[in-house]
Each structure stands twice: as structure tokens, then as C-alpha cells.
Design a protein around this ligand. Sequence first.
Ligand code: ZN
Length: 474
Amino acid sequence: MEVKIQLHDTMQRKKRPFEPIDPENVRMYVCGPTVYDRAHLGNARPVVVFDVLYRLLRHVYGADHVTYVRNFTDVDDKINATALARKEAGAGGTLEELVHQRSDETIGWYLNDMRALGALDPDEMPRATEFIEPMVAMIEDLIAKGHAYEAEGHVLFAVESYKEYGRLSGRSVDDMIAGARVEVAPYKKNPMDFVLWKPSTDDLPGWDSPWGRGRPGWHIECSAMSHELLGATFDIHGGGNDLQFPHHENEIAQSKCAHPDAGFANYWLHNEMLQVEGKKMSKSLGNFFTVHDLLEQGVPGEVIRFVFLGTHYRKPMDWTEEKAVDAENRLHGFVELIAQYGDVDDAMKLRPEQAIIDALADDLNTHAALECLKKMNGSDDANALARNLIFLGFFSEEALSARVSTYRNGVDSLRRIAQKLHDARQRAMKSKDFSEVDRMKHILSLANVSVRMSKDHVDLRPEIDFDPAKLEGL
Ligand SMILES: [Zn+2]
């Protein structure tokens, strides 16, 4: 069945049918992280949102016909600061090497955390430092075309040279000046003019350029990398709402002025922000945590994904503990049903459910997609449930198979352990010595098994992170 995708385009402020430039190569660019530290939970929202879109596009156009680019910004003062601190503390290597090391380390963390949330790696993950040459070329071109000027070792983009500046966020240059905390600098012709290139001091990373040794501004990175990897016009540009202004506005100005005959991005998608228990996440409120923190606390990645997808991407998403507990129970029930009645290999022969595809095709209505999953609760639905959980990225095929067989093996041994615990309890009732019962209950809790005991019955129920390896000794 043909799928008609509708996406909400920030530029046109409405939902409209998605028509790719080339269905053989659908192209999407999403702004990636500045790699100076671990990703906080809010950083993960766009990753999960655009992963769902990526999966939908791959389903509709074919996995080999979608190119997804997400960059790493590895030119940054905070990365430099860490590298400098390490050098001062006696770390070996040049500063450049230490900078690179810090970026490598952070990129490794980032990818591990995002994979734990079920996000596929994009096809291309360019690093800004590998694209300095095209950035310099683009800046030279902007100067030649009269859109940028050099002043005191800086190169600035002249916002007045681009009539449509402000169209994405719907503001005029005058409004922006009134509303923004603009960096006033004597060399700027207009306070809204933004940096394309700035000088670098001798002790910090820098690259040679026609304007002296320096480094690129943040915005030019995305314009240059998207052009190199996706061309002057591509289909979708995504990112968080907080990037609309000034970052995306500036990307548009640079790219449209450098390539006036091209369209840059045809659809602009923005996700709303994340809150924690109804409040903005902030270090001062003490509710700031990273994805890694949550994973370390034992919140599985698929639980985080489930909570995220429960809210539409254009609405603020509230992370609450209650939602996490609900999601964990829900996913546990899914795995249980599949373990009892399903078969993951057989499930992979099915197509994803049309109702779920339709929900996603309607501007990524993930909430509706999850509602479809919840309705798959009969023994006949087990394989369809498995197929769609994998399609939506909650588990890889391997991870779900492993989960199911762990569950089955665990249930087998739990049957035996339940009898043993029952007998131990009977003995303890007489001897009043409950030490063996307590010992067994302690091991079960370490293995994440919930224990319910009544007078003549012991019920052992594996939880979602049930770990049968820990049952040794029972
Ligand atoms: Zn960007």
C-alpha cells in the first residue's frame, strides 16, 4: 500500500505532503551535538524523534535510498578547556592531540548512549574539523558575493544583505535586535551580523585561512557539511526548537546566499523541548541528569524511548518517574507475551502494521503508534507485536530474541525455585528460623524477580531486567 507522509514544516507553518526531490535518495540533515561532555536527557529527544523519521523513510523508500547526516561539532571552547586542563595536569601529547582525544571520548559516549535508546547510527557523521576547507571556501564565496565582510581578523555575515533573514522564526531583524542579547562588537556593521570565522590564539587549535589563523563559527559548519554531503538542495533539515533562532536562521542565510539558485532544505522539522517532572531541566534545580546517569540507574534504553514516544514531538515532553515505571511495566508485559506465544524469527517475516505506519506518516504521531502496540495483547498478536517493537526501534532483532530466550530459561528455573522457596517457607514456619527464606528472597531480588508469597503459594515473576545469571546459589 502506498504511504503518504505528511510533515509539519516550520517554514510554512503547516503540515504538508512530503515529496522527496529524488525518491531514490531521500536526504535528511539533523544538527548534532557539540561534543564536550555527556549528553543530557534533553539532547536525546531530537535523536529519538529523527530516528523514528529515519526508520519511516527507510520503510517507505527503502533502506538504501535514504541518506541521514548528523554532524559532530568538535570545535568548541569547552573541549579546548578540558584539553588544556589535562595538559596542565601533565597529560602527554600536543594540545591538538588532547583536543582530539577529548572529542573522540565524548563521541564514543554519545554513540553508546544513543544506541542504547535504539537510535540507528546515521549514514554519515561528519566532524566539523574534517570540513574546514569547504567552510573556508564557502566563506570566501560569501565575501565575493557581497554577503560577508572581514573586520579585525573576523569574517562576519551581513544580515542586511539577505532580505529573507528571519523568515523561519518569523522575526524581523529589528525585532531580533530588540529582543536578543546580541554581542555588540565595534567591528560589526549591524549588531545581528554573525561570525563566520574568528581568530584563534596561538595556544588554541586553529587553521590557516585568507584571514589569518583562526577557526570557523558554529553556523557555517552545518551549511558547509550539509552541502558537501547532501548537495545544495536536500529534503529535510531537523533539530530542536532551540536551534530555530539563531542557528537555523543563520544556516539558511549562509546557504541560500552561497547557492542562490538552490533551495537548501525543503522541509524544516523542529522538536519541542524536554522537561523533568513539569520543570525545565537545570543544574540549579537539581533535576539535571544525563542519559548515561539514567542507564546507570538501571532505566533501560527502551524504557526511555517508550516514554519519549508517548508525547508528540511538537509538544513539550515531560519526563516523569511515573511514566518510566509505566513504560517499564508495559514493555515487560510485551516481552512476556512474546516469550509465551511468539517467535521472533517468524515475526520478522511480517510487515510492520499498517496502522502504525499510517500513524507515523501523519507527522510522526508516535503516541498513536504506541496505542496500536498496546492493543496487541492477545496470544495471536505476539508475533505482530514483536515485529512492530523492532520496527519502532525498541529492540533490535537480536536483543529481542535474547530477551525472549532469557525470559523462557528464567521462567523454567523459577518454577523449580518457587517450589524450593515454598518448601523452605513451610520448614521455617515450624522452626521459626527464616534465614534460608530470607537468603533466597535476597538473591531473587538481586536477579530482579518479584516474590509474592501467600500461605500456600509462592509466585515468582521476572521483571524486565531479570538476570537469570544471578540465580546461582538457588
Ligand atoms: Zn546545524
